[in-house]
Design a protein. Structure first.
Length: 286
């Protein structure tokens, strides 16, 4: 009887530890979901601001603020609570990056390719965190064209720096092309939980993804091209960022039309980011 009672106690203790472990894992996953969704909201707000800066460039033809990350941060910083908001953006990017890395490592159901791309996405957002964080810490050129030229120059001076910058440009182009492919083949739907949603929600998500994802990719694709040009010519001043790419369009009627299209595309991508914050399977490697 004593042996049987001890055995029951061990089983009860083991079961209790298992339940506590499951509850702890559940809390971690819930926290990860919340953090990632916050990051997607931050991304949506960033692209809303960026679209507004592009509209200003098209309407005025002037650079009151650069149409890039630095311009968006400068706009936020002009508000009395601007630095708090910028810190929130940094936390959002960091949260999304960490969650995507965790998803790539923990989600054994995803294919090897999906887990790799999820991990790369996480690493990208971790790196992106430094732009708003650096701005708050006093580097007010963070995310600007000048900063991009300076970074390109530093890389070009490294051993095999030209080759590295070429690879970096090819990576940017490859990511953009892959994003366009994802939209065209509707692979984005694999990472969204909308099957039980009303039909109008599914149509809205499809429309926002089909337009917004390739729009953002097309906008940033020339940045990769200019990185390669800078490497080939060993001239960091050719590593043009988004603002300089868009500035080339001003002064022409057709340029204003293209700028309007860019702004509309970024607005749609911002809307898609907000929809992702609601419906994305953020802890899956998809």
């Amino acid at each position: 009887m004593t042996t049987a009672a001890a055995s029951r106690r061990r089983r009860t203790s083991s079961s209790s530890r298992g339940r506590r472990g499951s509850r702890a894992a559940g809390r971690v996953e819930t926290a990860a979901r919340g953090a990632a969704r916050f990051g997607l909201v931050a991304r949506g707000c960033f692209y809303l601001l960026l679209a507004g800066l592009v509209v200003n460039l098209a309407v005025t033809g002037r650079h009151a603020r650069q149409a890039n990350a630095n311009g968006a941060l400068s706009t936020i910083a002009s508000d009395p609570l601007g630095e708090v908001a910028i810190v929130a953006v940094a936390i959002g990017f960091l949260s999304f990056g960490v969650t995507r890395l965790w998803s790539a490592w923990s989600d054994r159901r995803g294919s090897a390719w999906r887990r790799v791309t999820t991990g790369l996405q996480g690493a990208f957002y971790l790196a992106l965190t430094w732009i708003p964080l650096g701005y708050v810490l006093g580097d007010h050129s963070a995310g600007s064209n000048q900063s991009q030229h300076r970074t390109a120059g530093d890389l070009l001076r490294l051993p095999l720096g030209r080759e590295f910058v070429v690879v970096l440009g090819l990576v940017v182009i490859g990511v953009c092309v892959n994003q366009i492919r994802t939209a065209v083949t509707e692979q984005y739907a694999d990472g969204l939980d909308v099957k039980q949603s009303p039909r109008w929600v599914r149509r809205l998500v499809d429309a926002a993804a089909t337009v917004g994802i390739p729009a953002r990719a097309v906008v940033f694709l020339p940045v990769g091209v200019f990185l390669i040009v800078a490497a080939v010519q060993s001239n960091p001043s050719h590593a043009d960022g988004l603002d300089q790419v868009l500035a080339r369009l001003t002064g022409h009627w057709w340029g204003d039309v293209l700028l309007a299209a860019v702004a509309a595309g970024l607005l749609v991508f911002a809307a898609y980011s907000f929809l992702e914050a609601r419906y994305r399977k953020v802890t899956r490697a998809q």
